[in-house]
Design a protein around this ligand. Structure first.
Ligand SMILES: O=C(O)CCC(=O)C(=O)O
Length: 284
């Protein structure tokens, strides 16, 4: 059973249902300027590290809120790491937290965070695709290398991006992410079954990656087409990662692959329809 310092079930519930203090909410919605060099780097490499996206009290508050949501989602899971599936040993995955917990919604709907994704992708507006906390337990195994968009029924994978935010420090030994630069350019290449039967992608040179350790409050953005993975957690602390996945406003739903069409974000959509559901609002 997982635990976070100073959090009980009761205090977690209270925090998650309390209104976010105005000063923190303002911070979540204050634009973070992105330079032309950063946009070019992202476009060229398919990923980028962006520092101090959250800081000070806003970082502390957001971290507690995400911990509280993970605590409640996992409170009935009493298994130790070795009893979990191989996939679950890579991370504790908690998706769609923003629709269950009002305080998480304020983080996930942050214009500051979404605005960076919009600018890096060079699009007019972006929508939420989904959110997920990805905590890696002490001793957690590496995350197998994959391309995210192979799991998402979106017809324009080049216009999907993920912010992966470090809520605590994530050095390499705690399971930071690594990326294969430029691998977004040839498009969708390979489905890797990271859930049950992973293999290393045939088209990649295993060594040709860039490791991106982060400090708390830093983040990476990566395209849904960029191959990436993460190391194991060889520390005694939880790796606390929070992700938000965005799509360009105007993207279309792709129901051609039934494997991918089970997302909550697909609610009621038919093949080729513009993605616009209650779960996928425009954020910036
Ligand atoms: O958190 C991890 O270990 C992997 C994250 C990942 O694959 C992603 O956010 O796309």
């Amino acid at each position: 059973m997982i635990k976070f310092e100073g959090l009980t079930r009761e205090s977690a519930l209270e925090l998650l249902n309390a209104p976010t203090p105005a000063i923190i909410k303002d911070y979540y919605n204050t634009p973070y300027p992105v330079s032309d060099e950063q946009i070019e780097y992202y476009q060229e490499n398919g990923f980028i590290k962006v520092t101090k996206i959250l800081a000070g009290d806003a970082l502390k508050y957001a971290r507690k809120v995400i911990q509280a949501a993970v605590l409640l989602r996992k409170e009935h899971d009493k298994r130790v790491l070795s009893e979990k599936s191989q996939y679950e040993q890579s991370f504790l995955q908690c998706g769609y937290l923003c629709f269950d917990f009002p305080a998480v919604k304020d983080v996930v709907f942050s214009e500051r965070l979404a605005g960076i994704g919009r600018d890096l992708m060079k699009v007019k507006n972006i929508r939420l695709w989904h959110d997920q906390a990805l905590f890696k337990e002490p001793g957690g195994r590496p995350t197998d290398v994959h391309q995210d968009s192979s799991y998402w029924p979106v017809k324009e994978p080049e216009f999907t991006t993920t912010i992966w935010m470090a809520m605590n420090d994530v050095p390499v030994e705690k399971g930071s992410l690594y990326f294969y630069p430029g691998t977004h350019k040839p498009g969708l290449r390979e489905y890797i079954d990271i859930f049950k039967n992973p293999h290393f992608p045939d088209s990649l040179d295993p060594q040709n990656n860039v490791k991106v350790p982060l400090l708390a409050g830093d983040a990476t953005f990566h395209s849904g087409l960029t191959f990436h993975g993460a190391g194991g957690n060889n520390t005694n602390e939880m790796r606390e990662g929070m992700t938000i996945i965005y799509t360009k406003d105007g993207s279309h739903f792709d129901a051609s692959d039934a494997r991918n069409a089970t997302h909550k974000s697909c609610n009621g959509l038919t093949d080729g329809e513009i993605i616009n559901t209650e779960y996928t609002p425009v954020l910036a």
